[in-house]
Design a protein around this ligand. Structure first.
Ligand code: PMP
Ligand code: GLN
Length: 384
């Protein structure tokens, strides 16, 4: 293994899902739903396969039907107008979109600022691109983890190339407010930075929280690369259909990298996701309502079980502080013991930090599971 990757090892998700299987535990670790997405969308994939649509290499940027549907979704939901031929690129999930964006836009030695805790592929993708990761830590501030705008400003140096942001944020569940995003945008304009924004949880916000795409803020359209994925929105994480939207120049740059990573993304699923994106608003509303009920069930249960809970405003994750249960606050040890103690798997947030001590007491649980599964998990955690 080369020096760029040596520090990374196996992803925590593979490790913890293997542990869940080996111990027969309830897996609230890796974020994937235990109920597949809409039947009509599965049927659309089967139809595409049968009709021979996408069984051979599809066009490099993605099939036109999907690019048009992505552009229409951005217009309908956010008022962002995109040229589907020049400003949309289909990728193999958001993971490839993140890697291809960094490989295309970062020169060796460039600094990339990312929020910490960060989704684990960010650090590895920055490293693959030869960039230097500069974390800015989101810290508990009352009921939620928040960005310290002064810390963000102070992290920018003449070598900063881009900001890699994520809202709604995995693993904390924080949704950046318009005021926070405006400050990020002003900083990007002032320091002439690109921003890559990971918005895969765009449809999962709760209560008053609202997802605001960074690209809608003044001055940002021309410097923002927006990433999303059908895995989270339509509960097909195994299909790996994601996308990038940006200016023609930036999309073309990202495509230059994508063509040598996967060349193109799998064909038939693209046709199916084109249909999914055209589902009526009621689909998105019902999905959010369902996930809200799951969030409420798990957060209440975790509180009853003694955890300090940071109520998520978005995503399908809840971050907890284990110190009321384990004064040592060692999330790694806690998660390693949890399957044996009570048959539940969770993720130690420390893996998402450079400053592991800062992340040590936090543990993440996923609530994208059937209510019966969440209820059983809560019962086990209470008996822990
Ligand atoms: N970004 C974030 C913040 C995620 O949580 C995930 C998936 N867990 C991804 C990207 C990857 O998405 P995909 O499965 O579409 O590659
Ligand atoms: N994004 C999901 C999570 O955070 C899992 C992604 C993965 O397994 N790579 O749990």
């Amino acid at each position: 293994l080369n020096r760029r990757l040596a520090e990374f090892g196996t992803t925590i998700f593979a490790e913890m899902s293997a542990l869940a299987t080996a111990t027969g535990s309830i897996n609230l670790g890796q974020g994937f739903p235990d109920t597949d997405g809409p039947e009509s969308v599965r049927e659309a994939a089967v139809r595409a396969l049968r009709d021979g649509r996408g069984n051979q290499y599809p066009p490099g940027p993605g099939v036109p039907e999907l690019r048009t549907a992505i552009a229409a979704h951005q217009e309908r939901r956010y008022g962002i107008t995109l040229d589907p031929d020049a400003e949309v690129l289909v990728t193999a999930g958001a993971t490839e979109a993140i890697a291809a964006s960094l490989l295309a836009l970062v020169e060796p030695g460039d600094e990339v600022i990312a929020f910490e805790p960060y989704y684990d592929s960010y650090a590895a993708s920055i490293a693959l691109a030869g960039g230097t990761r500069v974390p800015v830590t989101l810290r508990p501030d009352g009921a939620a983890f928040r960005l310290d705008l002064d810390e963000l400003r102070a992290a920018v140096t003449p070598r900063t190339r881009l900001l890699l942001i994520n809202t709604p944020h995995n693993p904390t569940g924080t949704v950046l407010t318009r005021a926070e995003l405006t400050a990020v945008a002003e900083l990007a304009v002032e320091r002439d930075l690109l921003v890559v924004t990971d918005e895969v949880y765009e449809h999962l916000t709760y209560g008053d929280a609202e997802h605001i795409p960074l690209a809608t803020l003044p001055g940002m359209r021309e410097r923002t690369v927006t990433i999303s994925s059908s895995g989270k929105t339509f509960s097909f994480t195994g299909w790996k259909v994601g996308w990038v939207t940006s200016t023609p120049e930036l999309v073309s740059a990202v495509r230059s990298a994508k063509q040598f990573l996967t060349y193109v993304s799998a064909g038939p699923f693209q046709y199916a996701i084109a249909e999914a994106l055209a589902l009526p608003d009621s689909y998105f509303d019902d999905f959010r309502a369902d996930m809200t009920a799951k969030r409420d069930l798990l957060t209440a249960g975790l509180r009853d079980a003694g955890f300090t809970v940071f109520e998520p405003a978005g995503t399908y994750f809840v971050t907890t502080d284990i110190r009321p249960l384990d004064p040592a606050g060692d999330g790694f040890a806690f998660c390693r013991e949890l399957p044996e103690r009570c048959g539940v798997v969770a993720i130690p947030n420390a893996v998402f930090y450079d400053d592991r001590a800062a992340g040590a007491p936090f543990v993440r649980f996923a609530f994208c599971k059937r209510e019966s599964v969440l209820t059983e998990a809560v019962g086990r955690l209470k008996r822990r």
